[in-house]
Design a protein around this ligand. Structure first.
Ligand SMILES: *Cc1c(COP(=O)(O)O)cnc(C)c1O
Length: 388
């Protein structure tokens, strides 16, 4: 058994970004400044997005996207039942009502059929989540949106590298929001970015992210001379710091190399677990470039020697940290109390939430780490690795 605990989701962080962070600390200005602007430029170029606004988190970005798109009290927003809480909470923070829909059992993505059925006269937007990095059926979702005059905000927390028939995730809807949280594919510690093709939305997001202050506020830290600022809207404090962007501008240079590394690990896992009594991620399918954020197994209690929760404990005992992404939204008490959602009304999401386990997939993993994960999984599920 390995000696050191393998922490789930630990990011690959290398010397250039470490040096850049130190330089930011030594510089006169660690707050929002030129490095944030540079990171926005580089991400916009990578994504082919006309505009990109860096913010303090994906959650903040989702909230701002809702507000900037005019979503508020009286509006309904369709969200998936299998996602992280932030996808739901941003709608509530905007004053609107989330309407939950079921996901597809193979992709874990929002089911367009269910979305169609959930549209009402008050529906204003859809928030598809490209789950684990697998693109949603954007053709169907875009068709529903067009037909009903709805906005689309893509939750791209897992989907920096994701493409759908050549379209880059986050540039298909009205807005796309990325996450650079510590466990995500590109890391700034905390951080997010709002992508949009609409200049007005971009400038509104930027303004709302910094107290609702007029634009020159972003430039008042430069040597252009002092300018008075004006507060033109009741905004938020959601700006990204140069200290964070210092990580991002170097991380983005390796985003494809890291993706390649995760593809190697993914392929190894797929081969190593093919004979085990578990479900592996569905094949990528047509038109899909998967972002490879999460490698998820579904433990089937009827066939596996252990339950999902015992599997997690057993891996922990072998010094392998894993994750659960996610328990279904309607199992959480606050949503049950506030919206009356019941897990049994979303059986697919409920079942995924009860069976799913995410294995370590970071580009930081060594060959040995990957071997250790494989050995541990096979050991717990009852079949040692061939030759091991
Ligand atoms: C991580 C995550 C978020 C929130 O990202 P933060 O940057 O931590 O705010 C939102 N949606 C999904 C699906 C996520 O996985």
């Amino acid at each position: 058994m390995r000696n050191e605990y393998l922490v789930f989701g630990q990011p690959a962080i290398e010397e250039p970004e470490i040096a850049e962070v130190v330089a930011s600390l030594r510089a006169a200005w660690p707050g929002t400044g030129p490095k944030v602007a540079e990171f926005e430029r580089r991400m916009a170029a990578y994504k082919g997005s006309p505009y990109a606004v860096a913010v303090s988190s994906c959650t903040a970005g989702l909230h701002l996207a809702c507000v900037a798109l005019g979503i508020g009290p009286g509006d309904e927003v369709i969200v998936p039942a299998m996602t992280f809480a932030a996808t739901i909470n941003c709608v509530v923070h905007a004053g609107a009502t989330p309407v939950l829909v079921e996901v597809e059992p193979d992709t874990f993505n929002m089911d367009p059929q269910e979305v169609r059925r959930a549209v009402s006269g008050r529906t204003k937007a859809i928030i598809p989540v490209h789950f684990a990095g697998r693109p949603c059926d954007m053709e169907s979702l875009t068709a529903v949106a067009r037909k009903n005059g709805l906005k689309i905000i893509e939750d791209c927390a897992h989907a920096i590298e994701t493409e759908y028939y050549g379209w880059k995730a986050g540039t298909i809807g009205d807005c796309g929001v990325l996450s650079f949280y510590a466990t995500k594919n590109l890391v700034t510690g905390e951080g997010g970015m709002v992508l949009t093709g609409n200049a007005e939305i971009a400038s509104r997001v930027k303004m709302l992210a910094l107290h609702g202050m007029s634009h020159d506020a972003w430039r008042r830290f430069t040597d252009d001379g002092y300018k008075h600022y004006e507060v033109v809207e009741i905004g938020f404090k959601y700006n990204m710091m140069d200290l964070q962007a210092a990580l991002g501008i170097h991380q983005i240079e390796r985003v494809e190399a890291y993706w390649q590394r995760r593809l190697e690990i993914w392929t190894r896992y797929d081969a190593a677990f093919a004979d085990l009594p578990v479900s592996r991620p569905a094949p990528f399918g047509k038109g899909v470039r998967h972002g490879l954020h999460l490698y998820t197994l579904l433990i089937d209690e009827a066939h596996s020697p252990v339950s999902r929760d015992d599997f997690i404990v057993a891996l922990h005992g072998r010094n392998i940290g894993v994750g659960v992404h996610y328990r279904a939204i309607p199992v959480h008490p606050v949503y049950q109390e506030r919206f009356g959602w019941r897990p049994e009304d979303f059986p697919v999401s409920k079942e995924i939430g009860e069976r799913t386990v995410s294995l370590p997939l970071s580009a930081r993993l060594t060959e040995e780490d990957v071997e250790d994960v494989i050995d541990a999984v096979r050991g717990v599920l009852g079949r040692p690795a061939a030759g091991g």
